[in-house]
Each structure stands twice: as C-alpha cells, then as structure tokens.
Design a protein around this ligand. Structure first.
Ligand SMILES: [Ca+2]
Ligand SMILES: [Ca+2]
Length: 157
C-alpha cells in the first residue's frame, strides 16, 4: 500500500500556526472569501484544540497551489457557534466534486466537538487543489485543512 506524505496543512480562520499531533497547521492562506471567528471553549474529540478554536466562515474558496497528481484531503470542522440542529447547513466540494452536502455539524457531532472528514482520490490537473465551501443556511465553516499526496505531490508556492 502506498504511503501518504504530508504536503501542507492550514489553520483556517487564524493568522497563527498551531499543531494537531506532529503536524503544523500554517496561518490561513490561499483562500478567497469568508470571515474569521474564534472561541476559547475547549473542543471535544481532539487533544489539540487550537486549530479547531478558529474558523473561517461564510462562502469561501481555497485554491491551494500544488503539483498535478492525486491527493488526500482531511477537512477539520467543528460547530463553535450554533447550539441546535438545523441552525447551520452547508456544502463542501473538493476539486469540483461534492464531498459533503447539507452538512449540519451540530446534528453530526454536537457543539464544540471536532469532526474530521477525509476526501480521497482528489485528482488535481490544473495546479490548484480547490476546496469550495458554500452556505445553505447561516454560514459554511472550516477550521483546518490537511493535504496529503499519494504520489509525491508538493506545494508549488
Ligand atoms: Ca483545481
Ligand atoms: Ca482554525
């Protein structure tokens, strides 16, 4: 089985770096749109709260410069604001393909609870790994992104 190698990690919604385990999440970059928000509340479901405590919310598109190839993406998500089911729903597509549709983080995980979603076999052929977040109801949100390569891919900027 082919090993995944780390390409890049982003601390969405923050101008600071933070770690999850051994991985450093760099200050937010390569995005268009969205706004910053943060919480000081502890986050369940992770021992490394910091990446999850800051979010970029609202319609946002990441275009991450990478060499062409096949990637695996981990999306780090958490409901840090809403307190009920049905308060927030949104869509995420990766490289043009729907990854999560009508996602309700509170319904799936609860409040202040980390939710990690993996997207595999992301085939980039235009030099930009695209992650699009689109609000359905009261704002898309993302807290962090981890990008792995299946085949020696790399960040190009
Ligand atoms: Ca692309
Ligand atoms: Ca973050």
């Amino acid at each position: 089985m082919r090993q995944l190698s780390l390409v890049h990690a982003i601390n969405s919604g923050s101008t600071s770096a933070a770690k999850i385990g051994e991985i450093t999440y760099h200050p937010d970059n390569f995005f268009t749109g969205g706004s910053l928000s943060a919480t000081e509340d502890p986050i369940s479901g992770t021992v490394d709260d910091a990446v999850y405590q800051t979010e970029r919310y609202g319609d946002t598109t990441y275009e991450i410069p990478v060499s062409n190839g096949v990637y695996t993406v981990a999306l780090h998500l958490v409901e840090i604001f809403h307190q009920t089911t049905g308060a927030r729903t949104f869509n995420i597509s990766v490289e043009g393909s729907p990854a999560l549709s009508n996602l309700d983080l509170y319904k799936l995980a609860g409040h202040d609870t980390a939710f990690e979603y993996w997207v595999r076999n992301v085939n980039v052929q235009d030099g930009r790994l695209s992650i699009a977040l689109r609000t359905v109801l009261e704002n898309a949100t993302i807290s962090g992104i981890t990008i792995y390569s299946d085949s020696g891919g790399r960040l190009t900027q």
